[in-house]
Design a protein around this ligand. Structure first.
Ligand code: URA
Length: 209
């Protein structure tokens, strides 16, 4: 699939399998998501530009590479996105953070915005949008629509799981946004859940069910 990056590293796949199991506790689920998100951060930041800085080692001066973490913004789609955000910030602690609050209308499954807070100068920044589940694609499309109004330099989308319907919806609306995922599952059910999936990611991260 074009512009879809399947992160099939054995560590990622192993942790995802443990997370999918219905008997994984909230504690286990959250810890695994944290670890897995850090691993995904390696993949999604692989092409980040670096610049050379002069440093002193204990022996001599040298030029060495650094990324400019402050130009990067992680945008979490509330609330489940925060589960990925934490793990990614462990790897890129200098990144800025934005939040988009969207809830799914349970009848229409349409995304309704209730919160939107971004750092300044978004037109100078690379954005990585995070949400564990790319299901109907409605929230992802709505979030990217809003972000594009601010004209960021680039936008990538990172999820844990998706399905053909979610990929199609996001790519139809935003073919320029690459999707990074650890798995592409079989299908959506009538309630907008991914099958076989892992259930409601928000409830599993926060222990609310
Ligand atoms: N959101 C979830 O939390 N789980 C799904 O399967 C789909 C959307």
């Amino acid at each position: 699939m074009n512009n879809v990056h399947l992160i099939d590293h054995p560590l990622v796949q192993h942790k995802l399998t443990l997370m999918r199991r219905k008997d994984a506790s909230t504690n286990t689920f959250r810890r695994l998501l944290n670890e897995l998100s850090a691993l995904m951060a390696y993949e999604v930041t692989r092409d980040m530009p670096t610049h050379e800085v002069e440093i002193e080692t204990p022996l001599e001066t040298m030029k060495s590479k650094m990324i400019d973490g402050k130009k990067l913004v992680f945008v979490s789609i509330l609330r489940a996105g925060n589960g990925i955000l934490e793990g990614m910030l462990n790897v890129v602690p200098g990144a800025r953070v934005g939040h988009v609050g969207l809830y799914r209308d349970p009848k229409t499954l349409v995304a309704v915005e209730y919160y939107f807070k971004m750092p300044h100068d978004m037109n100078d920044r690379d954005v990585i949008v995070v949400d564990p589940m790319l299901a109907t694609g409605n929230s992802a499309v709505a979030a990217v629509d809003r972000l594009k109004e601010l004209g960021p330099k680039s936008i990538k989308f990172v999820c844990l799981l998706t399905c053909p319907e979610g990929i199609a919806a996001l790519q139809k609306a935003h073919p320029d946004v690459p999707i990074y995922t650890a798995a592409i599952d079989r299908q959506l059910n009538d309630h907008g859940y991914i099958l076989p999936g892992l259930g409601d990611a928000g409830d599993r991260i926060f222990g609310t069910k």
